[in-house]
Design a protein around this ligand. Structure first.
Ligand SMILES: [Mg+2]
Length: 154
């Protein structure tokens, strides 16, 4: 066994309780040792990522699942802020939203989303989508090393 016992940390930024519950369920059943952290609005998301306002002990997530329509600060603002911050921009961001609108897809990629996924309406398909995202990002993709916390330049 060469597998690390370090869990992977996933930050879910989502305000819909049903989607939160389904994501938790999908990841609980995973063979990949993960910890899912949930915040429900844009301000909390940035507080989590910056270790502020009650999130002092928050880990740096290995992956962010980001809804676009969020209270307080929307997902586009959060995406932009993450990708403009040299200490955060290497963290992959999966935009996960109900929107199929071309403008949302285009603007997300322009803001450097790592991928864009429309939430399936069907519960089983939603569940599968979460599992597929996790499988892809944690068994196929090579991620920055766990100790990496941002470039000193650029
Ligand atoms: Mg929402």
């Amino acid at each position: 066994m060469t597998e690390s016992i370090q869990p992977i940390d996933i930050l879910l930024v989502e305000d819909n309780p049903g989607d939160i519950a389904l994501t938790q369920e999908a990841l609980q059943e995973s063979k990949i040792y993960n910890r899912l952290h949930v915040v429900c609005d844009g301000e909390q998301a940035m507080a989590f990522l910056r270790g502020q306002n009650g999130f002092q002990n928050a880990p740096r997530p290995d992956l962010i699942l980001l809804d676009l329509n969020l209270p307080r600060r929307n997902g586009r603002e959060i995406l932009q802020e993450i990708k403009q911050d040299r200490s955060l921009k290497a963290i992959p961001v999966v935009v996960l939203t109900t929107s199929n609108a071309e403008k949302d897809i285009v603007s997300s990629y322009e803001l450097h989303a790592n991928c864009y996924v429309s939430k399936p309406v069907d519960l089983d398909k939603f569940f599968q989508a979460i599992r597929s995202i996790e499988q892809f990002w944690f068994t196929i993709v090579k991620l920055p090393p766990a100790h990496y916390s941002g470039s000193a330049v650029g």
